[in-house]
Design a protein around this ligand. Structure first.
Ligand code: IMP
Ligand code: MG
Length: 191
């Protein structure tokens, strides 16, 4: 569990779970772990957007091995704080992954359905390997069996925003990860 900071960075947060300084430190370590795993091999990084945007951008700068990069757009949340639909692949990758070392990056591993669906899709394209990296892991909420190869932080079952994570496309720009005030989740005017 990450250490908690006491001062909220934003009036809509009840609590900060991971500070921007903690994220920066952890990303340096994750970058080293990824470099150690792949050595000099080129990796094909695929970020699941929108959520992984900030994480992927910062993590890529901590990776020394050669990188090819693409994104896949997946949506399942709509404007709710619980997944209301099965993950839907809205826009798929455009670079080839056949015989490539693929590293999928997502913001958070929750029920596991999103990453399972994307891994399944990538595997149909005959990559040499597929690994996954997530900034956050809510292990207690899994609905399908899935573990990521690289994890930034384990967090409790709370709805969090910031550093790429959103509620109704808001709060992605916060530099830290925080718990959204319960009264701001699912307000009628946003649904
Ligand atoms: P999963 O398919 O349930 O594992 O959910 C993964 C996706 O759900 C992530 O990529 C996020 O977009 C979203 N998600 C899950 N938990 C949260 C949260 O606490 N805050 C914001 N988005 C979340
Ligand atoms: Mg989202």
């Amino acid at each position: 569990m990450p250490a908690r900071a006491s001062i909220p960075a934003h009036k809509d947060l009840t609590e900060i779970l991971v500070t921007d300084a903690q994220i920066k430190r952890r990303l340096r370590v994750l970058g080293r772990e990824i470099d150690k795993t792949y050595g000099d091999q080129e990796i094909t990084v695929i970020a699941i957007i929108n959520g992984a945007l900030l994480f992927a951008g910062d993590l890529l700068r901590q990776i020394a091995c050669p990188v090819r990069y693409d994104c896949v757009r997946v949506s399942s949340y709509r404007n709710a704080t619980k997944a209301v639909t099965e993950p839907e692949i809205r826009s798929s990758i455009t670079i080839d992954v056949e015989n490539r070392q693929v590293l999928l990056i997502d913001d958070i591993l929750d029920t596991g359905k999103t990453l399972s669906a994307v891994v399944k899709l990538i595997k149909t394209l005959n990559p040499a390997s597929v690994r996954t990296c997530v900034l956050l892991d809510k292990r207690g909420r899994r609905e399908v069996t899935f573990e990521a190869d690289f994890v930034g932080f384990q967090i409790p079952d709370r709805f969090v925003v910031g550093y790429g994570l959103d509620f109704a496309e808001r709060y992605r720009n916060l530099p830290c990860i925080g718990v959204l005030k319960p009264e701001l989740q699912n307000p009628p005017e946003w649904s």
